[in-house]
Write a protein of this length. Structure first.
Length: 231
């Protein structure tokens, strides 16, 4: 069974591992956005756009190193992992994930939430994959190379404050994401996909939402709230 397009859906969500409410160190060191700025969303959008090179290379100011995003490499990852559904990807490489356009960036500091829409004109991925979907008795293994154009990723973040060493920090407590354009395109592209995609899609969303939450909290734990968004 050919599942390269199903696995391709997974690639979309790798693009947002470094994106979210907790902005990059570019904001802190280069014209920081201030929390009471009436144009805060525009400021954050500009900072996010200016951070493309750092996202791509993983190199930030003050010698901070993060995982490079372009190309993005993921050696081994398991999606699902229970008795119902599992996909394992090996040697996954994604090119073009720093080539994003910010279509929406809306932060609500009262309830510490954010909504972001990213648009990708194009990106490509390669990987080896294997797995099973026990509900319909499917086992599969193969490799793929896929190309994507005009793709949108929708993100929602919720955070809370906590105290560490006498200072306020933020942490993500909930992340939701979707890329319904790809989902619906896949559903109509092949009869087998019409069965498989609805089964695995909730697992994909939950898996990457958790990855995003963990990755962004690592960054947030390094930056006090009053440095992230000064008064």
């Amino acid at each position: 069974m050919e599942l390269k397009n199903c696995v391709g859906v997974l690639i979309i969500f790798l693009s947002i591992l470094k994106c979210g409410f907790f902005q990059s160190n570019q904001i802190i060191y280069n014209a920081p956005c201030r929390r009471h700025d009436p144009h805060l969303n525009q400021c954050l959008t500009k900072a996010f756009i200016n951070a493309r090179k750092s996202f791509a290379s993983g190199e930030w100011l003050d010698g901070i190193q993060m995982r490079p995003m372009d190309p993005f490499n993921l050696q081994n990852h398991t999606f699902g992992g229970d008795t119902f559904f599992k996909i394992i990807t090996e040697n996954m490489t994604v090119n073009g994930l720093s080539n994003y356009i910010v279509e929406k960036y809306n932060v609500n500091l009262k309830d510490l939430s954010a909504d972001i829409v990213l648009f990708y004109p194009k990106f490509a991925d390669t990987a080896i994959y294997s797995g099973n979907i026990n509900l319909i008795g499917v086992n599969f293994r193969g490799s793929f190379r896929s190309y994507y154009r005009n793709t949108r990723v929708f993100l929602h973040f919720e955070a809370e404050k906590y105290i560490k060493e006498g200072r306020e920090y933020l942490r993500l407590v909930d992340v939701t994401l979707s890329s319904n354009k790809i989902f619906h395109a896949l559903r109509s592209s092949h009869q087998v996909h019409n069965i498989v995609i609805p089964i695995i899609y909730p697992y994909i969303e939950r898996t990457y939402a958790e990855i995003i939450r963990e990755e962004m909290n690592k960054m947030a734990d390094l930056i006090p709230y009053d440095m992230l968004l000064p008064e």
